[in-house]
Design a protein around this ligand. Sequence first.
Ligand SMILES: [Zn+2]
Ligand SMILES: [Zn+2]
Length: 245
Amino acid sequence: MGILTEITEIFFPSNIYCIGCGAIIDRSRPYALCDNCIDEFRFALGRTCLKCGKPLAKNNVRAFCRDCGQGERLFDKGYCCMLYGSKEKVPLLALKYGEKPYIGRKLGQLLYDRLEPENLKVDIVVPVPLSRTRKAKRGYNQAEIIAREVAKRMRVPCVCAIVRNKNTRPMSGLSAGEREKNLQNAFTVRPHFSRMIAGSSVLLTDDIFTTGSTANACASVLREAGAARIYFASVAAGADLTIEN
Ligand SMILES: [Zn+2]
Ligand SMILES: [Zn+2]
């Protein structure tokens, strides 16, 4: 913990309130979540998509979610902690829009615990970047806070190796094709980090995974830079929209 973080912790303790519902909790609670939230959050404990790791719909008998069944994944394997639903989204939205960066550290801890049993061999952790203007507006990149916590616990470096070139349009409401077009040439690996990435096993990290077009676009530039393996990890993933007829 940095000295500034530590001082802030003393005066504004981050985890006396549950990050899911605001209930007062014991400071020793893991992830700063109360029992109710732990009970109600839909963690990815059942069948998950073999490619992206999102929980599979009950009526999906295949090994892949709808999006992975329809398109290619440019990363080797994805993982997530939980579904992105109305309850689970509370801490994620507070992190993203509520100026509460400490929530990112709690979620990073959760993500690390999800990944630990997978025994992944990871050399570096790379967060999905925000554009410079968006980061300046928000004050931080939420994916980077999560990535730093995961990297710290994995004892590997966290490197902001990818830059977002232009302020792409918000992705919600766009079709898969439109998303792809929106993201073409949106990301580049900083030349400075190319050598570090070549031949490495990279863990690409984001807060939320939906259709996977952002993860794909980032994985594509990491692959071009010579990454040997690319894992993708997010705290939450959108539902598998498979409907079996
Ligand atoms: Zn709670
Ligand atoms: Zn999938």
